[in-house]
Design a protein around this ligand. Structure first.
Ligand code: NAP
Length: 365
């Protein structure tokens, strides 16, 4: 690609927004030319607005540090040439987010969102590129339903809690082992709750066994991702059942999932499972994209892995690390999986989604 595609980041000052800035610095296809946040940050330079909330291990990228932060509601103020808006806003009311994201789409922007508000909108695809790249087919219906311009639409990324385990079960299903039931317990990092999570005093030396709405999302979002595009939108599958318990633990980054799995028919043996995971490859349309990890799933034999400290950055934060595979007394077997919640689970996953949309001609085509 000769010219980079100019993009804006909505919610650029937040935890996910900061990850966008870090990951898009020197990205081969995208360039941040515009940033937006709440009215509190509007009018300030980015470095002034983010101030002591900058949490990345690298400096604020030089191309962004002095950009003036726009009020996210001021759509007319988006810089000329911008084609794509990465949405990482957090607003109290979902209908406001839905309205805002479709207002951007109506102005011709491709919106790729981390916010949960549009995940259950029937004509909005919820994408994990390695799993359901064909769900982009629903975008034509969305544009026609809503009279959007040819370049405008909304696509979303699912919740960070499901990233650690969904790809592992899809790999097994594709190898011919349909899954019947999953019981998952998550240990989720502080950064998953945004800036407020990182600075929360109640999390020091503590575990909180409740994350509002998280268990519902963990149980239901995979059913849309594994669903099919129909002429009415995306139909949700009922072919498997998921039961989830979600907890918040005192580490900064890295969501872990303890998974128990039962199959519809005969279960594969453990060596087959390991080789299915080790050999799993994304479709060629996805595997060549700039943010696509060489190995979407990394299986670890060591008995004490995966660990957030050692493994969350595998594949530049885009691979899922799996270990502790064992037969189980109540299910067919169990294992532990780990993903980087703000990279694979948020900004990195959305950037990979946008790359897929570029490749398919939906952005910049
Ligand atoms: P965050 O750290 O709290 O950041 C929120 C961002 O939204 C900030 O830029 C903030 O701007 C802006 N904002 C707050 N109130 C607003 C308002 N009323 N109008 C417009 N903008 C407003 O949150 P986050 O963790 O980055 O999460 C962002 C979104 O991604 C959320 O929907 C979250 O559920 C989702 N998500 C997060 C993760 C994760 O791992 N953190 C993973 C997947 C999905 P100011 O700085 O100006 O206040």
């Amino acid at each position: 690609m000769n010219d980079k595609i100019p993009v804006t980041v909505l919610g650029a000052t937040g935890m996910v927004g900061q990850n966008y800035l870090k990951l898009l610095n020197d990205h081969p296809w995208f360039e941040i030319v515009d940033v937006a946040a709440s009215p509190n940050s509007a009018g300030k330079s980015y470095s002034e607005a983010v101030a002591d909330r900058w949490h990345m291990s690298t400096d604020i990228p030089s191309g962004v540090r002095d950009l003036k932060v726009r009020d996210v509601n001021d759509i007319e103020g988006v810089k000329d040439g911008v084609k794509c808006a990465f949405s990482a806003i957090s607003m109290p009311d979902k209908p406001d987010v839905i309205e805002l994201e479709f207002s951007y789409a109506a102005e011709g922007f491709a919106v790729v969102s981390n916010n949960s508000a549009n995940r259950w909108t029937e004509d909005v695809p919820m994408l994990i590129p390695e799993i359901n790249p064909d769900h982009t087919d629903v975008i034509a219906l969305q544009q026609s339903n809503r009279s959007l311009p040819k370049t405008g639409f909304v696509a979303v990324k699912p919740n960070c809690s499901i990233q650690s385990y969904l790809i592992t079960l899809v790999a097994l299903e594709r190898a011919g082992y349909p899954v019947d039931r999953i019981q998952v317990s998550t240990l989720q990092a502080l950064s998953g709750a945004g800036y407020a999570g990182i600075s929360s005093k109640e999390m020091i030396d503590n575990v909180i066994p409740f994350i509002p709405g998280e268990e519902e999302k963990t149980e239901s979002e995979p059913l849309k991702i594994l669903g099919e595009v129909t002429e009415k939108g995306i139909s949700v599958t009922d072919r498997l059942n998921i039961s989830a318990t979600c907890t918040r633990v005192p580490i900064v980054d890295g969501h872990m999932a303890i998974v128990h799995i039962g199959f519809k028919e005969k279960a594969p043996d453990l060596n087959t499972v390991k080789s299915v995971w080790r050999d799993f490859k994304a479709d060629p349309s996805v595997s060549g994209l700039p943010s696509s990890p060489e190995k979407p799933i990394i299986f670890l034999e060591e008995v004490d892995r995966p660990q957030p400290k050692l493994d969350m950055n595998a594949g530049k934060g885009m691979s899922v690390s799996v270990g502790r595979l064992a037969e189980d007394k109540f299910f067919d077997f169990r294992y532990v999986a780990l993903s980087h919640n703000t990279i694979r689970g948020a900004a990195g996953g959305a950037i990979l989604t946008a790359e897929l949309l570029v490749k398919k001609g939906f952005i910049g085509g």
